[in-house]
Ligand binder design. Structure first.
Ligand code: SF4
Ligand code: SF4
Length: 779
């Protein structure tokens, strides 16, 4: 077999393939791969000898300074003290003459006793124990086959390892997290065992079997881990937590993070070489190589394509990861978590949205001795000197100018799309629409732009949030499962023939981004057959063909979406999608054609006004605003506008006829949308429940995030009026001075409130600086 020789320095030996526990989250027994069923129960001494010779041969030929060997299972302690002694003796005898041998074991601890501890001290074996935290957390998954708790057994094992005479063999704790557990209690329970090190693991999951997301939050894992991270930082980092260290800039990564070449091989109990164990979660046989220790050397296995592709660093990742601003730290996450039937491992991690946020959380609190982050020229450095900034810092610094470059808007849109995809994966677990999901998965490969257009629609995420938590939005009662409508819209956009059963709501089938079919008599659900340029609907006695030709009159009942040409592209006038009702204010039912045309004209003129007055704000509009929702008229408040945190890419406005006024509304609301997306990326406001801040634009004290939103919107309005003051005069100077004072006072109150995170203080500090520059620029 050809190809360059690769050095492998870590080997996992499955010395016993059965276990005395029956954990329901175990990837060995409970996930897709079931090859353990055909393996011998224990590794024979002859196999151990063959493995040891292969490792020694590899260490010698490559002059490795150290090799790491981990005894694993199943449960390695089931070998018993005598069996383990034989294994350890074989390994030491064969490998130690050629290199330093770092021996380790991963165990559930149930069978650990004093004799075994003495053996491990004698052979210098470092023992890691799997333990998920407090009793409630540990009992959630880690139990015996009869259902009994393992908690006290494991705690007893940890107490043995803590004893001074055994402490040298105590490597640490491996904790698989579950976001339903209390993070504070888990953290305290782990620390109570005085481990030398803690490893936190995300539960194994793939795009085919996404992780549990119990609530509507798009990043529950980042939020949960962020809570532990905060405690850990506040406590002065009392114990190394490998995940947090690995995610720091220059943190070096682990198998789960970073782009360092994969450096691990597994030997199963029968002597077969396998790739990393976590692949067992992807599909049956995923970790297999077809090689064994009797006939194949480490060099031969290391050239296996599955191993080799993981040596390619960033180049081996999917296009999304390669373009990701945090790829150097995330590295696409654990290889197994990228799996999706159809596209294999050529995907971001199924935890992508969580990882993006977690990288930022960790990066915001580097320890005093952290590796030095890579240097970048800050785009808006206060001093003009080179400074150290993370990619998220760069996005925030750019937004703090009040504007936002095309690149920043592209990044915000990309992270919003990641969140939507995460929610989609969560919804998939609650959806019975298997065929629709499979169609979406297929189209994601065959016509990715069509799926992207549907998922990037501003009301895709509200639909998913609504599905996951019907109390999260104030809008419609429930148009039903959104997955079939997404699949239908993507198929129609792609011109792909497909059949989907779509829910009907209020006599209506909504095809996101394309339009709505309103036909009395539609009820329950409808069988929809899509073909290029048309679709056929059957529901009860109703049968209707809808032609999608935009140049022909609409088919009966078909209400196509309407858009208008603006300098940034096409702007949708969204008055049909039921999930647009997410603004806490009544939305306008579908506009009559003349009203829609009038609104389109005003919006296009307003857009040009923004280009005329403040080109930097126009660039931010061009880069991200894709839809405008008309709000219902309210004589008491004729001029209203709104933004919804979940609906990035859209703003809602009352259809005001004056383009100059509309321009201010668009810029104002787009500020809220940009800041909302930034807050999905990074916490700018601390938890500080109950903090209220007085601001000049409201009679009642406001929570810090509300003040931050107000300050950011007013900064933009200040910039608009100052630009108009320079060119037009009139009342513009007075308006500019008024909004400048509001913005300055609000920013100063925020800074004084001590309610901001470090990133928030940096953001508002820079925003304050931008405000001064705005004032100076206006003369
Ligand atoms: S102790 Fe480990 S190997 Fe055993 S069932 Fe639990 S997770 Fe699986
Ligand atoms: S955060 Fe997502 S896109 Fe970025 S490297 Fe990680 S998995 Fe890939």
């Amino acid at each position: 077999m050809g190809g360059p020789c690769r050095r492998i320095s870590q080997f996992v030996l499955k010395v016993h393939s059965r276990c005395d526990l029956s954990c329901d989250h175990c990837y060995v027994y409970q996930h897709a791969d079931q090859t353990w069923r055909g393996r011998p129960v224990r590794m024979t001494l002859a196999t151990v000898r063959a493995v040891a010779q292969r490792i020694a041969e590899h260490a010698r030929e490559h002059e490795l300074p150290v090799v790491h060997v981990v005894l694993h299972g199943g449960e390695p302690l089931l070998l018993g003290a005598a069996g383990l002694r034989e294994v350890l003796a074989e390994l030491r005898a064969a490998i130690t003459p050629w290199t330093r041998l770092d021996l380790r074991m991963q165990t559930n601890g149930v069978l650990l006793d004093e004799e075994l501890c003495r053996l491990f001290v004698e052979y210098d074996v470092r023992v890691g124990v799997s333990f998920d935290g407090d009793r409630a957390a540990n009992d959630r998954h880690r139990f015996f086959a009869h259902g009994g708790s393992s908690h006290e057994h494991v705690r007893r094992a940890l107490a043995l390892l803590r004893r001074p005479e055994h402490r040298a063999s105590y490597a640490g704790i491996l904790c698989t997290i579950d976001v339903r557990n209390d993070p504070d209690r888990v953290y305290e329970a782990l620390l109570a065992e005085s481990p030398p090190r803690v490893d936190l693991l995300l539960p194994h999951a793939t795009w085919d079997h996404p992780p549990q997301r119990p609530g509507p939050e798009p990043t529950p894992y980042a939020d949960w881990l962020g809570r532990i991270h905060r405690r850990w930082v506040d406590d002065g980092r009392p114990v190394p937590i490998r995940m947090f260290e690995a995610l720091l800039p220059g943190g070096g990564g682990t198998e789960a993070f970073g782009v360092a070449p994969a450096d691990v091989l597994v030997v199963e109990a029968d002597g077969t070489w396998e790739q990393v164990d976590s692949l067992k979660t992807a599909y049956h046989g995923a970790a297999g190589t077809g090689f064994d220790v009797f006939d194949h050397s480490v060099d031969e296995v290391a050239r296996h394509p599955g191993v080799a592709v993981r040596q390619d660093g960033v180049a081996g990742l999917c296009a999304t990861c390669r373009a990701c601003p945090v790829v150097d730290r995330c590295g696409g996450g654990l290889y197994a978590h990228r799996w999706r039937t159809g596209s294999g491992f050529d995907n971001p991690s199924v935890y992508c949205a969580d990882l993006l946020r977690l990288v930022d959380t960790v990066g915001a609190h580097p320890p005093p001795t952290a590796p030095v982050p890579r240097q970048r020229q800050a785009s808006s450095s206060l001093s003009g000197a080179e400074s150290t900034t993370s990619p998220v810092d760069e996005v925030l610094d750019d937004l703090a100018t009040g504007y936002g470059s095309a690149e920043t808007l592209r990044l915000l849109a990309a992270t919003q799309l990641s969140l939507t995809r995460a929610l989609l994966a969560a919804c998939r677990g609650r959806s019975g629409a298997i065929a629709a999901w499979e169609l979406l998965v297929h189209l994601d490969q065959a016509a990715p732009e069509a799926v992207r257009a549907v998922l990037a629609h501003p009301f895709a995420r509200p639909a998913l949030v609504h599905r996951l938590d019907t109390s999260a939005l104030t809008g419609p009662s429930a148009p039903g499962d959104p997955l079939p409508a997404f699949a239908l819209a993507a198929a129609l956009r792609a011109g792909v023939a497909a059949a989907v059963r779509v829910p009907v709501w209020a006599d209506t089938i909504t095809v996101p981004t394309l339009g709505s079919l309103v036909l009395p008599g539609l009820s329950g659900s409808a069988e929809v057959t899509a073909r290029p340029g048309e679709f056929r609907v059957r529901s009860g006695s109703v049968e209707q063909v809808v032609l999608l030709d935009p140049t022909a009159p609409p088919s009966p009942g078909w209400q196509p979406t309407r858009d208008v040409s603006v300098p940034g592209g096409r702007l949708l006038i969204e008055d049909g999608d039921p999930y647009r009702d997410c603004y806490g204010q009544p939305v306008q039912p579908r506009l009559e054609l003349p009203a829609a045309r009038a609104l389109g004209r005003t919006l296009a003129q307003a857009w040009r006004v923004v280009h005329r007055d403040v080109p930097a704000h126009a660039a931010a509009l061009d880069g991200g605003l894709r839809a405008v929702v008309p709000l219902a008229p309210d004589p008491a408040r004729p001029l209203r506008s709104a933004t919804a945190r979940h609906a990035f890419g859209a703003v809602a406005v009352t259809p005001h006829p004056d383009p100059e006024t509309m321009a201010v509304l668009l810029v104002h609301e787009w500020q809220h949308a940009k800041l909302g997306a930034a807050l999905d990326l990074c916490d700018l406001v601390g938890p500080g429940e109950g903090t209220r801040i007085r601001v000049p634009w409201r009679p009642d004290p406001r929570p810090p995030e509300g003040v931050l939103q107000g300050v950011y919107a007013h900064l933009a309005i200040t910039q608009v009026w100052q630009a108009r003051a320079v060119t037009g005069g009139g009342d513009a100077s007075a308006h500019a001075a008024h909004f400048l004072a509001w913005t300055r006072d609000g920013a100063d109150a925020l800074l004084a409130s001590r309610s901001l995170t470090a990133a928030g203080e940096r953001f508002v500090g820079r925003l304050r600086h931008a405000l001064e520059e705005t004032r100076a620029g206006a003369g």
